[in-house]
Structures are given as C-alpha cells and as structure tokens.
Design a protein around this ligand. Structure first.
Ligand SMILES: Cc1cc2nc3c(=O)[nH]c(=O)nc-3n(C[C@H](O)[C@H](O)[C@H](O)COP(=O)(O)OP(=O)(O)OC[C@H]3O[C@@H](n4cnc5c(N)ncnc54)[C@H](O)[C@@H]3O)c2cc1C
Length: 317
C-alpha cells in the first residue's frame, strides 16, 4: 500500500517550511515537504545577495509572528541557518529535486504527480510555490545572442563589469549597491523617483549616488535591447543608447497561473483565492505564502500562513 501522508506541502520556502514545522509541533505525524530545487528556500538562495540584510517587517509590512518559529531581522545566511536547524530538529520528510506537475483529488485523497512521473498521496495538500520561479521579464524581446548577459538574479555576475540594474524596488536597489562595490553600475527605474524603497535602502542608494559609486537613471524607460559585439546595447526612451556588459532585471515575479489552474485553483487578480483558513474551494487543498498575497508578501507573513493552516488542519480535518 502506498503511504498516505497527513499533509503534503509543495514548495519548501518560508510558507512551506512554516507549515511543516508548525504541523509537526501540533502533533501531525506524516508530513511530506516537496521541493523542486536541490535544497529548501530557493528564492532566498537564488535572489538574495550574500549577506543581504533580511528585514522581518519587509517593505514596511509590520507583522507579529503568530506561531512557534522565532523569526527576527537578520541576514540571508542567518535566515537559511534558522530553516536548516528547524528542518533538522523536527526531522521532516523532505523530497528535494522533485517538481510537482499536477494535483488531483480522488475521493478523500489527493494524488500528487511529479514531472518525472512519481506519485505521492496525501489527505491534505498545501501549495506554497511562491512567485519567483517565474521572474518578471521585460515586454520587449531579448536577442538570443545576448541572453547570457541578461539576468534576473546575481548568479552570473563577476567583477569589473559595466552593469545596468533595472527596477525600482528594494531588490533592484540592493543588487545595485551590492554590485557597485566591485563594478561600474547604473540603476535604471522608469519612474522619476523611488517610492517603494525602505528607509535604509533609500539612504544607501542616495549615499552611493552622492559619492559617485552608483549612477541613477530615473524617469527613463527601456525600449529595446540589441547585441553589439556580444555586449548589450540598451535603447532608452529618451532616444539615447548605451552599451553594458550585463543587464540585470529585478522587477518581481509572476503568479504561476498555469500550474495553479491545472490544480483546479481559482485565481483572482494575482493571487489564489482562499478563505480565512487559507483553504481553497477544494476541501483539503490549501495555498500559502506569496501566491495568496497581492503585494510582495514576506517571510513573516508566509510563516504565519503556515501556522494558521497547520492549526486549522489539526483542529478541523
Ligand atoms: C530579492 C528579494 C529580497 C527579499 N527580501 C526580503 C526580506 O528582507 N524580508 C522578507 O520578509 N521578505 C523578503 N523578500 C520576500 C520573501 O522572500 C518572500 O515573501 C518569501 O520568500 C515567500 O515565501 P514563499 O514560501 O511563499 O515562496 P518562496 O520563498 O518563493 O518559495 C517557494 C518554493 O517553492 C518551490 N517550488 C516552486 N514551484 C514548485 C513546484 N512545482 N514543485 C515543487 N517546488 C516548487 C521553489 O523552488 C521555492 O523553493 C524578498 C524577496 C526577494 C525576491
């Protein structure tokens, strides 16, 4: 007989880890955490720069942690350490390198299918796959010859490059001033001023710009990219062009609607429709974290979703 888990959680980011740990603490026995990357928290690993400051009240969203996980301001590394410790201590069953393609309810049990045709079964399923699996891309085409030079995180960056960072949020600001210490960096935002930066980032960007360590290109959009001798020629809306070694877009992520719809979920605007207990229209199927928030979401918000779902499942299902 195939094992039937009490809860299967799809996506091991803060919402998934939060659900798993809180469920364990509530005494729920058979918990399975499934993650498509080779380790947990792939958004944090891939999109946060090393030593990035991690704010609990991210983007001014004040949150009181409701559950048992003590999450405080820290860095990328302390946050990953916290999740490592929690997963080790509570001995959660984890399947890494496992991408879920489809979830279907048959009677009272969910069939969970992976992209490599494996199957898991669970009484309750929590989808917590975040939005950064699909970073937002510009509307204009990126010529194939420069695709390696156009990135959506810091993975391919080295030193001494002329880099254009595109975006007006905290991620763009943090990428820009981090890279500016060892590269020639311009930060481009289509609006005339930053309105979404937290006070700390606002101050750092201003200081770097004043000290000439970071160039700001505000109120100017990008119209197209071209390849010029393997470098990126950026054509701006003011009819000027400039050549860069690399362009990095930090313009957020997109709700993975195709997958979510395939699982039978209703999407309203940019988020999955859930009730007050984070349950979808399908009883026993829950959604948590960034995919149920209109705004950017945050780690603390995601952890709270996990706590509420675990509590609800313990008390009601
Ligand atoms: C650059 C940047 C900086 C940020 N800084 C902060 C900060 O300082 N403080 C803060 O509170 N928040 C910050 N945030 C926001 C925070 O990272 C998110 O709100 C949080 O990670 C959301 O958690 P989540 O679990 O919903 O999704 P995610 O963290 O995105 O986790 C989703 C997980 O699901 C996995 N997954 C996706 N699809 C599948 C699938 N089909 N099958 C299996 N697994 C799958 C992914 O690989 C990933 O590991 C930042 C975000 C970014 C991009």
């Amino acid at each position: 007989m195939e094992k039937v888990y009490d809860i299967a959680i799809i996506g091991a980011g803060p919402a998934g880890i939060g659900t798993a740990i809180e469920a364990f603490i509530f005494g729920i026995k058979d918990i399975l955490l499934i993650e498509k990357a080779d380790n947990h928290s792939s958004t944090i690993r891939k999109f946060y720069k090393d030593n990035k400051r991690v704010d609990k009240d991210w983007m001014g969203q004040k949150v009181e942690c409701e559950g048992n996980i003590i999450f405080m301001d820290g860095t990328k590394e302390t946050t990953l350490d916290l999740f490592d410790r929690l997963l080790d201590k509570h001995k959660i069953d984890t399947e890494f390198n496992t991408e879920i393609e489809k979830i279907e309810k048959k009677g009272d049990i969910f069939d969970i299918e992976t992209t490599d045709n494996r199957q898991f079964k669970a009484k309750n399923v929590v989808i917590s796959i975040g939005k950064m699996g699909k970073p937002n891309k510009p509307t204009y085409k990126i010529p194939p010859s420069i695709k390696q030079k156009v990135n959506f995180n810091l993975d391919s960056c080295s030193q001494g490059e002329k880099i254009l960072v595109v975006g007006g949020g905290n991620s763009a600001a943090e990428y820009a001033y981090f890279l500016a210490d060892s590269n020639d960096v311009t930060l481009n935002y289509r609006r005339a001023r930053f309105t979404r930066l937290n006070p700390e980032n606002d101050k750092i960007v201003e200081r770097y710009a004043d000290e000439g360590k970071l160039r700001l290109k505000l109120g100017i959009d990008i119209e197209s990219l071209e390849s010029e001798h393997g470098k990126v020629k950026v054509n701006f809306s003011n009819n000027k062009s400039e050549i860069f070694d690399r362009v990095i877009y930090a313009i957020g992520g997109t709700t993975p609607t195709e997958f979510l719809r395939k699982c039978g979920l209703n999407i309203v605007g940019k988020k999955v429709e859930v009730d007050d207990n984070f349950e979808t229209e399908i009883p026993g199927l829950f959604a948590a974290g960034d995919i149920v928030t209109d705004t950017g979401g945050s780690i603390a918000i995601a952890l709270n979703h996990g706590y509420r779902i675990a509590k609800y499942i313990k008390e009601n299902r």
